[in-house]
Design a protein around this ligand. Structure first.
Ligand SMILES: *[C@@H]1O[C@H](CO)[C@@H](O)[C@H](O)[C@H]1NC(C)=O
Length: 396
């Protein structure tokens, strides 16, 4: 009984406490649920934030990229300006050099011989692939020293020269820019002492020439026929007979030199043989050079030179290097201001700024005589000889 009496409250207590535990459990569950919810909320907030950060980061990156690009462009612009400045400084330096030589001051140059040798060897290796030289000639122009006005004959435009490659000392005169009679003087003395063409033997050609770009080589005259599109004629100098002709496989041309509009193609002779200088309609800003085979009249190799056509007046070739002569529309002092070496042994920026002796004139032709190292010039009706000074390309 006692036991029974005592058991009841215990049971009640037990039940009560069980109820309590149940309530506590519920509360715990609720609490945990709330916590989980809060954590979930926070996680989704983080999610949002990270994706926002990521997209912001992407935007920033894009901005950086475009800014970098803009910077790169600015850099290029600056570099271009610097290059331009460099060129100008180079020109001023060359002009100063020229003034120095006028003062006869000997510049003191100290060059590392080994370095020079290496550069030359590299240039020669390239040379082998590019242009096979026919002569062993390595001279380059160092200046134009001395001038002799020999005569005043004929038109303001024309061409005169000798053909020493044939062993004859005769002087040939192509008067004007379109004619078919060549004047032949037996010597320079005859030429200078002749009253006009009195002492000359006229040589009638099979066609009229055009311009002043003719060349004499090994007993033949080479010239472009007037009115015939790019027809090159090869005529015997002994009797004026036509030996060969060829239409040059060149695209549409403009006059070779901006200041000498009558000459479409300028033919030149040097130690290597026959060359043609011209300019195409596609690239009117630069001069082109072609090596010709004087036997077949074929073009064997062509180059686009870096030499500008603007203000060019004439050009001549010495040892496989073309020297372009510039002047101004109002005839001033002619000067060699661009050089292009097909053997790549001398770079264009090594160009000697060689001034022609002081004279206000314009050259309608400048013909190089390899045997005499003279230029035969036609300057507004005056026939002039210029003496060239050379140095070896191997020394700097
Ligand atoms: C030279 O050519 C011009 C025309 O271009 C002509 O008037 C002149 O008579 C010619 N002179 C000689 C010496 O042939």
């Amino acid at each position: 009984m006692m036991l029974r009496m005592r058991t009841r409250p215990v049971l009640v207590l037990l039940l009560l406490s069980l109820g309590l535990i149940g309530a506590q459990q519920q509360a715990l569950m609720d609490y945990l649920e709330r916590r989980l919810q809060a954590i979930e909320d926070r996680i989704s907030l983080w999610h949002e934030q990270t994706s926002r950060y990521a997209s912001e980061l992407r935007e920033v990156k894009q901005q950086m990229v475009s800014q970098l690009e803009a910077l790169e462009k600015n850099k290029e612009g600056l570099r271009g300006e610097l290059d331009g400045l460099g060129g100008r400084v180079g020109r001023v330096e060359r002009e100063m050099d020229y003034l120095e030589t006028q003062k006869e001051a000997q510049p003191c140059v100290d060059v590392d011989d080994k370095l020079v040798e290496q550069q030359v060897i590299v240039a020669r290796e390239k040379n082998k692939l590019k242009y096979a030289k026919l002569s062993g000639c390595t001279d380059m122009l160092s200046g134009v020293k001395g001038m002799k006005v020999l005569k005043r004959l004929g038109d303001s435009k024309g061409m005169w020269t000798k053909d020493l490659s044939s062993g004859s000392g005769k002087v040939y005169v192509f008067n004007g820019t379109a004619d078919d009679t060549l004047y032949q003087f037996s010597s320079v003395r005859d030429f200078t002492s002749s009253q006009g063409t009195a002492l000359a033997t006229p040589l009638k050609l099979p066609a009229r020439w055009s311009g002043t770009g003719h060349a004499l080589y090994k007993g033949h005259a080479y010239f472009m026929e007037e009115g015939a599109d790019l027809r090159l004629l090869k005529v015997s100098l002994s009797d004026g007979s036509l030996v060969d002709s060829s239409v040059l496989p060149l695209p549409d041309l403009v006059s070779a030199y901006a200041l000498t509009p009558d000459t479409a193609v300028d033919l030149a002779v040097d130690e290597e043989g026959l060359w043609a200088i011209y300019a195409t309609q596609q690239d009117q800003r630069h001069l082109c050079l072609a090596k010709m085979d004087s036997d077949t009249l074929a073009i064997t190799q062509m180059w686009t030179t870096p030499c500008p056509r603007e203000n060019s007046e004439a050009a001549f070739v010495v040892c496989g290097t073309v020297y372009v002569v510039y002047n101004s529309r109002l005839p001033g002092r002619s000067r060699v201001q661009c050089v292009f070496d097909v053997g790549e042994m001398s770079a264009a920026d090594e160009a000697p700024l060689a001034y022609f002796p002081r004279r206000q004139g314009s050259h309608s032709s400048l013909k190089y005589s390899p045997q005499e190292r003279l230029l035969y010039a036609w300057d507004q009706g005056y026939q002039i000889l210029y003496k060239l000074t050379m140095r070896s390309k191997l020394e700097v």
